[in-house]
Ligand binder design. Structure first.
Ligand code: SAM
Length: 234
């Protein structure tokens, strides 16, 4: 399968393993991930959030159930909402969600925005689980005709090597009380290249203790700062 499908599979397996009931997918872009998320049995609520409202409006039909969903009915109902907004802020409709995914999002953020997004996710929402994927710059030498002075995508603000990614992750763990496990997708079978790591590096963050109510802010603390574009029920 292509790399993006492997990233979705990793995310689906992780959400399933931790029995996550509600997930925010920040930077949902064309909403492709919902096609995979909608068949995860443990999920009851999915919020797809992206800052690009025009893109969400043009893709809003993507979140609607397909024929297969009527044939293979889910055991538990699932509510999907498509919201325009920034991962820098939290909306009261999603502030209590248990999981967050950020698939190929962080490398699109300037340092000041990344800092705000990091604080919002781990300091405000404090999900039980968060999955982050981002390109691994060490892998780039394996791309044919790659220009070492260019990023993989024109909109990337950075591409981190494995050490840079780990130091960002470890700072999160220290500051916000998380534990992290590293993984990735797109490892080549060739042992000679294993030190370069995965094509997409990934981190699975778990909150280091059961969430204590007094430590998390209540829903009322947050406003309705996202704009609802569409909703669907499965
Ligand atoms: N997660 C997508 C997937 O797997 O198909 C790909 C993400 S795409 C490469 C990056 C997305 O992040 C873009 O759609 C962009 O609009 C969005 N984005 C950029 N800054 C954002 C922010 N502050 N909050 C939410 N989304 C943001």
């Amino acid at each position: 399968p292509p790399l993006y499908a492997k990233r979705y599979r990793l995310a689906v397996e992780t959400l399933t393993k931790y029995d996550i009931k509600s997930v925010i997918d920040f930077g949902c872009a064309e909403c492709h991930f919902v096609k995979h998320l909608s068949s995860v049995p443990c999920l009851e609520a999915i919020a797809l959030v992206d800052i690009n409202k025009e893109l969400l409006v043009s893709k809003q039909k993507t979140i609607a159930p397909e024929l297969r969903h009527f044939i293979f009915k889910r055991k538990n109902p699932l509510h999907v909402s498509l919201l325009a907004g920034s991962a820098e802020e939290t909306d009261s409709r999603v502030s209590h969600f248990e999981g967050v995914t950020m698939i190929e999002l962080i490398e699109h953020l300037y340092p000041d925005v990344l800092q705000k997004v990091t604080h919002n996710v781990f300091g405000n929402i404090k999900p039980r689980l968060c999955l982050v994927t981002t390109p691994n710059s060490e892998f780039n030498v394996l791309f044919k005709n790659a220009d070492p002075n260019k990023f993989r995508h024109w909109d990337h603000k950075f591409e981190w090597n494995q050490t840079e990614f780990k130091s960002w992750c470890e700072e999160i763990c220290r500051r916000y009380n998380y534990i992290v496990e590293y993984t990735g997708v797109g490892l080549l079978p060739d042992k000679e290249t294993h030190h370069l790591g995965y094509c997409s590096q990934a981190a699975v963050f778990c909150l280091n203790h059961q969430r204590v109510f007094s430590q998390s802010l209540s829903n009322e603390h947050f406003s309705l700062c996202y704009e609802l574009i569409a909703e669907a029920d499965y």
